[in-house]
Design a protein. Structure first.
Length: 265
């Protein structure tokens, strides 16, 4: 890890509060979900990010911890009706979520139907902000041109969305060799999103942020929240590198043997 003045001033707890611990893999069982929620609680993350059906379980598991519940909507492909995304968000909030990560209608963005995209963003944000919940809009940058990303940033700024977010972590693109992969949160896209979003719109990086160096690098680019599955490994590395406290009270002060990441990005 390369140190700098900004790195030396950040605490381990500061880093923990940047992390939405991601519990979104389609194969995740309820037992794995409970383990992941316990980890998010122990590490004092900003949130645990869960699928809609899991919100009541997450709200119960995280009660009193200071770790919020984040639910996804229209996940992972963004293809639902606007009304369904609104309803999904409203139900998650009613069941205990205080943050919503919604996937934009990617096909509408690709087709240039910005009136539709704008109406969707406005409707979902009104549903969230009206009851004090934060909305993060997932762009799925792997599919989009820079001009499209810029337009989405402008619309999110216009509608006073809380966060713009790079990726779901599941936006796989067919490669030249026939396999599927994705880039996720690239430095280029993060700079682009920060430059073209208003000062009150925060930036979340998801997809490919897996190490302490990754986290510190995107933080330097203006990111204030990340989605991660390697949460405990990142914070353990921060301890090993001598970053100062305070640190999460539940995090061991020595390296945790056999730390395993949750499935996902």
């Amino acid at each position: 890890m390369k140190t700098s003045a900004s790195t030396r001033s950040v605490t381990i707890l500061d880093l923990a509060k940047m992390i939405d611990h991601s519990l979104l893999h389609p194969t995740m069982t309820d037992a794995q979900l409970r383990d992941g929620l316990a980890l998010a609680r122990r590490c004092e993350c900003a949130t645990a990010c869960v699928k809609p059906y899991a919100v009541p379980l997450a709200a119960d598991a995280l009660s009193g911890s200071g770790v919020a519940v984040c639910a996804v909507a229209g996940f992972p492909h963004g293809n639902g009706h606007i009304g369904l995304k609104v309803a999904e968000s409203e139900r998650a909030i009613a069941e205990g979520a205080t943050e919503i990560d919604v996937v934009v209608n990617i096909g509408k963005a690709l087709g240039g139907d910005w009136a539709y995209v704008s109406a969707e963003l406005k409707a979902v944000n009104v549903a969230c902000a009206g009851v004090g919940a934060l909305l993060k809009v997932i762009f799925e940058n792997d599919y989009l041109s820079d001009d499209m990303i810029i337009r989405l940033c402008e619309l999110c700024t216009e509608h006073k969305v809380a966060f713009v977010k790079t990726s779901t972590g599941y936006g796989f693109v067919k490669q030249a060799g026939g396999d599927y992969n994705y880039r996720g949160a690239t430095d280029h896209h993060l700079r682009l999103m920060r430059r073209h979003s208003g000062p009150d719109v925060r930036l979340k990086a998801a997809g490919g942020v897996r190490t302490l160096d990754d986290l510190l690098r995107v933080r330097a680019l203006g990111v204030t929240r990340i989605g991660a599955t390697t949460t405990e490994a990142i914070l353990t590395e921060a301890m090993r590198c001598g970053l100062p406290g305070p640190m999460p009270a539940g995090l061991a002060r020595t390296e945790a043997p056999g730390t395993v990441a949750a499935p996902g990005y």
